[in-house]
Design a protein around this ligand. Structure first.
Ligand SMILES: Cc1ncc(COP(=O)(O)O)c(C=O)c1O
Length: 377
């Protein structure tokens, strides 16, 4: 008998089908999905354009490495041109968010010839050794040999004082996810940007969770008017297919020589087809504005809830955190019983990451079920 190492606690459900905003378990029970596999199914389960693009690709070729040209890669790159921020013209594909963060850090080390890194309290950037080094939570870090990182206070402009001539990279989530859904303040990012310019180091925005329309903008940093030198994306950009990306400015990538990085599956034709399908969905379905509208409705419904157990509701678009005065575990279990899947961000924050295509009715249902659970009904 082979068993899976249980890094994640079990939710006690076997999921057998997913369509749009719903998943079904092996007993045939339907759930409204505000978990979306840690945000990966933001475009909904089995988004039609993504399914079609992957299917078509499977019928022609499934393996082409970047040493060769593939039609799938060409289509993917030209679709990304429509949504990438100005100046971030150089991209490389990886398979997961953590790998994208690893590459972002490598690019910054190489471009600057320095070793220092600044990250922020509450950050989460992944669980491989480089990305874990810039992740704040001691629970994840303890016991591993990590890169030396200076951690500043998130949203405190004076944290920019940590940035000096030894720093290669400063990495920030424009909206912190894992630590409880915390939007960054524009003046904080501006001050960090100013210090990066002063000391010629690379500013990395990690948009793995907050990007690709989730917060109501294609990239959540756009609303803050501060540009990064490197951006990472992942989770939902392949409509649920495992793919991630680093997008960077010319000065960061030009010092890199052939052979200094690579990935067997990175930029695989199926992944590129998935990204192409994902970008088409994002644009043609006007995903960011739908996320913005439904996000506002949901946040308002949650703020209007009368419960002494709610300390604060915060977030952006469809990335919402409800900070409770109690452990969120029993709340998540009770919601699951009522047919709603959600997730935690830390011990007390109920995190909601529903797909962009939830309806007004779904919004009402999520809010009512949460209210019901908090009332103990
Ligand atoms: C901001 C951020 N960066 C990186 C990652 C790591 O992504 P992955 O789990 O795909 O490696 C995550 C995952 O939650 C994330 O939220």
């Amino acid at each position: 008998m082979v068993s899976l190492i249980s890094f994640y606690g079990s939710r006690g459900l076997k999921l057998v089908r997913g369509e749009g905003q719903y998943v079904w378990d092996s007993e045939g029970k339907r759930y409204l999905d505000a978990h979306t596999g840690h945000g990966a199914a933001f475009l909904g389960h089995r988004p039609p354009r993504v399914v079609e693009a992957i299917r078509e690709q499977m019928d022609s070729i499934m393996v082409v490495t970047p040493s060769f040209v593939s039609e799938s890669m060409e289509k993917c790159l030209s679709s990304l041109r429509q949504i990438l921020p100005k100046g971030l013209d150089h991209v490389y594909f990886q398979n997961s968010g953590t790998e994208a963060v690893e590459l972002a850090l490598k690019l910054a080390f190489k471009a600057t010839g320095r070793k220092g890194v600044v990250a922020f309290m509450g950050s989460f950037h992944g669980r491989t050794l480089g990305s874990l080094s810039v992740t704040w939570n001691p629970k994840y870090r303890r016991g591993y040999p990590l890169i030396d990182v200076r951690f500043g206070r998130f949203n405190d402009p004076s944290s920019a004082d940590l940035i000096d001539g030894e720093v290669a990279a400063v990495i920030v989530e424009p909206v912190q996810g894992e630590s409880g859904v915390r939007p960054s303040a524009p003046e904080f990012l501006r001050e960090v940007r100013r210090a990066c310019d002063e000391h010629s180091c690379a500013l990395i925005f990690d948009e793995v969770q907050s990007g690709f329309g989730r917060t109501g903008e294609v990239w959540s940093h756009l609303r803050r008017g501060v540009e990064p030198d490197i951006m990472t994306a992942g989770k939902s950009m392949g409509g649920g297919f495992p793919v991630s990306m680093v997008a960077a400015k010319e000065w960061v990538v030009s010092p890199l020589k052939g052979g200094e990085h690579g990935s067997t599956h990175g930029g695989n034709p199926l992944a590129c087809a998935a990204v192409y399908g994902g970008v088409s969905t994002l644009i043609e379905e006007d995903v960011p504005s739908k996320a913005s509208r439904r996000g506002e409705e949901l946040a308002k419904r949650l703020k209007d809830m009368e419960s002494r157990l709610v300390r604060e509701v915060r977030g952006e678009g469809l990335m919402i955190g409800v900070e409770l005065r109690t452990d969120v575990g029993p709340v998540l279990r009770a919601l699951q019983q009522r047919g709603i899947l959600a997730l935690r961000a830390g011990r007390t924050v109920l995190r909601l990451l529903p797909p962009y295509l939830i309806t007004e009715e779904d919004v009402g249902r999520i809010a009512e079920e949460i209210e019901g659970v908090l009332r103990g009904g």
